[in-house]
Design a binder for this molecule. Structure first.
Ligand code: MSP
Length: 534
């Protein structure tokens, strides 16, 4: 039995409310999880984890600013994340909070284990502290960034601390060898090259603790084992979440993680520090670290100071107006999945909505459903078989190519190519309808009964291709494709791998006698002149 696919998102800081960035990464993970389930045919073949990172100093300061205790503030915001994810239709298998005992106990075990193995020592650390990112920068990095946070612009502060260190430097060669041997370890390729470039310099050991003082912020977090004057650095605590959740007798078979998804901001922690911690613990490293780029808004970085976040309220307004599937589709196909940032633009949203959904799969399915209803009484007759047209690739071949493309794309987490393999089928069906003109043929049926058979073959070929397209689109269009399946009685068979379920004319195909209903309109056309929903 192959190992279930284990997919994770970053665990998000609870000092703030969720916005499109968090929903985007979690939607990518959700879509990838659904694609893998579809591809493998079994629900339990995939495990999808998300959650919240709660021991950051800024949780304490935000909580205080709101007159709450850190845990009250964390409870409130963790619930906000869960609510936002539910609204975005995200179905994860577990939600980890780093304040949960199941996590804290395991983190202590790992730190003890590292100490036992001689990978942790007490030393002095001098560096530039970026309070906004909870992160130290080296002298060079601080200078390059003009002594400001490269992410938020907040001024860096020079700090000297007594800290426990992890011997990161000892793992440089093993890490480099692992990256070289696994071309899909860091994706996309541009990010892999970035990390390899930085690895040409020697890795320094890293502090993994912070001193505990009288300051309330420093009281928050997990204490170092046997040394209550130190607490574990929030990033080390957080990275362990991927392992703590599955490090139980029932779940350990899930390890190593197949895909850790995130944005470029936290790639270094995941692609360098995390695998080295695992190597030190003698645990297998994750298979893929996938780092996408950023959403920006109308060309500008989203930030608190600009107050231009695409908030969860904005997403909700779009979902209420255009449907959940429309928002998922826009994020998943137009998002910053590769090396470029992506702009959230209302005009683009409407364009894509109309092109891919209203005039794309929606129109194509309703056209074919209506013709089957009108010309064939809503039932595929006996003896239907594939129709082809000269000079054009048969739809049986086009659909099987599309399915193969989608399955291959999953290996590199290329959701965009996997989903557009589905829209490609829709384009080919549209083209086939234009070439074969079934509506014209229908007019000749009375005079020529053989034309009816030909017409039935054409419409069967279209419907069968749309069935296959709908499977490839379903990991994004999670409510509209099931609506189509209900009208056409063609939901993908449970427990059957995609390649078989989606074989044109195969065991699970639309069969003679199948009722292909008209169905509801899946996506109403959107008016580009209307303002963005508020
Ligand atoms: N808590 C750490 C992660 C620890 S993982 C062991 C953290 N949290 S965060 O709340 O700041 O979330 C960062 C992540 O949110 C990014 O890596 C990305 O997944 C998502 N995004 C936040 N803003 C984003 C954009 N503007 N665009 C796309 N995604 C971004 O870092």
């Amino acid at each position: 039995m192959p190992k279930p696919t284990y997919i994770t998102t970053p665990i998000y800081y609870v000092n703030d409310r969720p916005h499109i960035g968090h929903c985007y990464t979690t939607s990518l993970a959700d879509c990838l999880a659904r694609f893998h389930r579809l591809s493998r045919g079994q629900k339990h073949d995939v495990f999808f984890l998300t959650g919240t990172d709660e021991h950051a100093d800024k949780v304490v300061t935000s909580a205080a600013a709101h007159g709450m205790s850190p845990i009250e503030w964390a409870d409130r915001n963790a619930a906000e994340f869960e609510r936002a994810f539910a609204f975005c239709g995200l179905e994860y298998d577990d939600f980890i909070r780093t304040t949960q005992p199941r996590h804290k106990t395991k983190v202590l075990e790992y730190i003890r284990e590292l100490q036992k193995r001689g990978d942790i020592y007490l030393g002095n650390y001098e560096g530039w502290w970026d309070a906004s990112q909870e992160e130290y920068l080296t002298d060079t990095a601080a200078k390059d960034a003009d002594f400001k946070s490269p992410v938020t612009g907040v001024a860096l502060v020079k700090r000297i601390e007594k800290n426990y260190f992890f011997k990161l430097s000892a793992y440089q060669d093993r890490l480099k060898a692992y990256i070289d041997a696994n071309p899909n370890f860091i994706l996309p390729v541009s990010r892999r090259n970035e990390v390899l470039g930085r690895l040409r310099e020697n890795l320094q050991d890293i502090p993994i603790s912070r001193g505990v003082t009288d300051d309330p912020t420093s009281q928050w977090g997990i204490r170092m084992p046997e040394d209550p004057t130190h607490r574990i650095y929030v990033w080390i605590d957080a990275l362990f979440n991927y392992l703590t959740v599955v490090d139980t007798p029932e779940r350990i078979h899930l390890w190593p993680a197949d895909v850790h998804l995130m944005a470029k901001d936290i790639l270094w922690f995941h692609a360098v520090i995390w695998p080295c911690l695992l190597m030190a613990l003698d645990r297998p490293a994750p298979k893929t670290i996938f780092a996408h780029s950023y959403w920006v808004r109308e060309g500008r970085k989203m930030s608190k100071s600009l107050g231009n976040f695409v908030t969860i309220e904005v997403l909700e307004a779009y979902i209420n107006k255009y449907s959940l599937d429309a928002v998922r589709w826009y994020m998943l196909t137009q998002g910053p999945h590769d090396k470029n940032d992506a702009d959230f633009s209302h005009q683009r949203f409407v364009e894509i909505y109309n092109a891919d959904l209203a005039n794309g799969i929606g129109n194509c399915a309703s056209r074919v459903g209506n013709m089957i209803d009108k010309y064939l009484g809503g039932v595929l007759p006996e003896g239907v078989k594939e129709a082809t047209t000269p000079g054009v690739k048969p739809l049986s071949a086009a659909t099987s190519d599309a399915v193969a493309t989608a399955i291959r794309a999953l290996e590199t987490c290329d959701i965009y190519s996997a989903l557009t393999a589905g829209t490609q089928i829709v384009h080919e069906v549209d083209q086939f309808i234009n070439l074969t003109a079934p509506f014209k043929l229908a007019k000749t049926i009375e005079a020529n009964p053989a034309a009816k058979l030909e017409l039935a073959d054409i419409l069967y070929t279209c419907a069968e291709s749309i069935r296959i397209a709908s499977y490839l689109l379903s990991p994004a269009l999670t409510t509209k494709m099931p609506a189509l399946w209900a009208a056409w009685g063609c939901a993908p068979a449970q427990g059957v791998p995609l390649e078989m379920a989606a074989a044109f004319g195969g065991e699970y195909a639309l069969k003679p006698g199948a009722k292909v209903g008209k169905g509801e309109i899946l996506f109403m056309r959107a008016d580009a002149a209307e303002p963005a929903p508020a």
